[in-house]
Design a protein around this ligand. Sequence first.
Ligand SMILES: *Cc1c(COP(=O)(O)O)cnc(C)c1O
Length: 452
Amino acid sequence: MTIARPPSVSRLLESEGGQVLLAQYGHKPTVAALRAAIEAGRAAESFDEGELLEAAAQGFAASDLPQLRPVWNLTGTVLHTNLGRAILPQAAVDAAAAAMARPVALEYDLATGKRGERDSVLREHLAELTGAPGSVLVNNNAAAVMLVLDTLAKGGEVIVSRGELIEIGGAFRMPDIMAATGAKLVEVGTTNRTHLKDYANAINENTRLIMKVHPSNFRIEGFTKDVTASELAPLAKQHGLPLVNDLGSGTLVDISRYGLPKEPTVAEAVAEGADLVTFSGDKLLGGPQAGFVVGRADLAEKLAKNPMKRALRLDKIRLAALEAVLRSYRAAARPEEAIPILAMLQRPSEEILARAKALAPLVAEALGEDWSVSVEPCRSQVGSGASPTATLPSAGLALRSVGAEEIEGLADRLRALPEPVIGRIAEGALRLDLRCLGRDEEPRFLANLASP
Ligand SMILES: *Cc1c(COP(=O)(O)O)cnc(C)c1O
């Protein structure tokens, strides 16, 4: 029913639609939403009661969306730190959900009925997968490095190559972490060249450990020399110093099989003679955010006894997810079958190109006449500091304006969708790399694009 004058708020509240909103959102928010809808109706000079109620309901629906809701990562960066890095295998999602809803034997030994140790849940899996008998689990890899330095190097000196003094996005600076733990950083070598004798000359009675850091997000090229962990191991041993290797991403599989440059696996880093190896849970491992320290059992025990461990420990939800991830690595014939981010890295560009061709007309239809959609090759990257300079051939959609709207306007609109679509603007087009869009997800992706 359309009437010339706006209806009163109380009249709308009494209507059937008003009662539904009242029941769902409560009195005050519903009154405010109806007032806003009436004001908007005044501007449009339209006071259809059904439309006003619908406008109020839509306002609620939009503001009701959680802030931390799923998005479509079509940036071409598989492990996007700002989008939450790795997505988890379904088995890990199920395990985490079960651990959230039910009590679990977190620090409880089911065999004896006595108190158990939290990190022991993963120890056997980690020993099997990495060859390291000792392991400690913390909040993230930054915490892992902190715990190692605080436990083993506080008040002493730590030797690091100048070429490895990295800063990782979000203010993780190796020198700052060291300073925070009270360890004194001793830089050796030059930015591009460090020799074994540089390390040897720096060792004195205050030296507590030798550290190697993966240069995650940069690569120095040209006249370079760095000392490998296997070269450092005998030197460290000779002086009775622990050798710590911060791998950063830390992979359990040889990523050269995806066409990426070879990186040492965690097992290889352990076998090279590092006493402790640190790495992340949510980078190439493909699990939730976590930090791992694996290596010598006696050192791991020292770390576990540091009071700081209590502040950095993992919760039951992530432990449950991690256990499922590590079980998947052990059980699967090929890890890509079990770990989604590895499947994404392995996805051949021909297959992605074929999906881009199939999706292009459907996306064009959803976007309307003001936009052209073309299929174009592109390059994906791993992200999160793993293989920083390497890219993988991929394919995607390039969206260009053929109407009045600027490309930024389209990017804004796609980010405002119920499930925001995140692409990348480059060379006058909004680019959607389809590597991370699973084939079974395509119908939901298209439905989301077409939402009002
Ligand atoms: C990513 C990274 C870190 C930090 O790991 P988080 O899990 O993000 O805390 C530390 N060191 C290196 C070498 C890294 O690549």
